[in-house]
Design a protein around this ligand. Structure first.
Ligand SMILES: Cc1cc2nc3c(=O)[nH]c(=O)nc-3n(C[C@H](O)[C@H](O)[C@H](O)COP(=O)(O)O)c2cc1C
Length: 205
């Protein structure tokens, strides 16, 4: 592992629970490999715009109609993703799924003829597989017996990242951040234990 890409998606920036958890994962990865470079891509502030018209037209045609605008930003974001040995995404759950900031990033990196190709059998990813850690924070619970809402976040990310060739996903979450300080502390502890178990394995990365 030489390069880690840390994508943080919360509008709450460094105060975010998902940022705290994803930063912890980055720290554990760097304990494994102190010389690893980390690229921080903070998108929670809305710095990634929606894709533009020529990008949308490219996606719907057999060739790229422009190399500018969204296409130029897409090149930068795909290069960043391609060059990472490990990806860490910190994201809140918004309205049962990913926040629109993360969706905007996905719209730039899930790109026809660049990160997937269309075949008679369907879409085939072109990125080589690598570990992708996904740190999720949610106000309520979305997994386990105490879940009281559906989860469109983890199945969506699993499917869309597989479409570009990324199958090796590891989800960790702090759920129930709206449940009060004591409950959040207990959930953080349980997640930290899960991380310790994961990173104690010899081939954890
Ligand atoms: C627009 C918006 C929508 C939200 N939707 C949900 C939701 O569907 N389910 C949920 O459990 N929490 C929801 N929340 C609460 C956040 O997931 C929760 O506050 C989380 O801890 C935020 O993580 P962060 O600190 O990393 O931003 C929502 C928050 C916002 C701002």
């Amino acid at each position: 592992m030489k390069k880690i890409l840390h994508v943080s998606c919360s509008p709450r920036g460094e105060a975010a629970e998902s940022y705290r958890l994803s930063s912890r994962i980055v720290a554990l990865l760097r304990e494994r490999e102190p010389s690893a470079d980390v690229t921080h891509r903070n998108i929670g502030d809305g710095s990634i715009p929606h894709v533009d018209m020529s990008y949308a037209m490219s996606q719907a045609s057999l060739h790229d109609v422009s190399q500018e605008g969204s296409m130029a930003l897409s090149d930068i974001l795909v290069d960043e993703l391609e060059s990472a040995d490990v990806v860490v995404i910190g994201t809140p759950m918004h309205n049962l799924t990913v926040p629109s900031t993360l969706k905007a990033w996905l719209d730039h990196v899930v790109r026809a003829r660049r990160t997937f190709t269309m075949t008679s059998a369907g879409k085939v990813g072109t990125l080589h597989d690598r570990p992708v850690y996904i740190a999720v924070a949610s106000g309520g619970r979305f997994s386990g017996e105490r879940a009281r809402q559906p989860d469109f976040l983890t199945p969506y990310l699993t499917t869309i990242l597989a479409m570009i060739g990324l199958h090796d996903l590891r989800f960790f979450s702090v759920e129930g951040t709206g449940a009060g300080t004591e409950a959040v502390a207990a959930t953080r502890d349980a997640t930290e234990t899960a991380l310790q178990v994961h990173f104690s394995m010899p081939d954890a990365i």
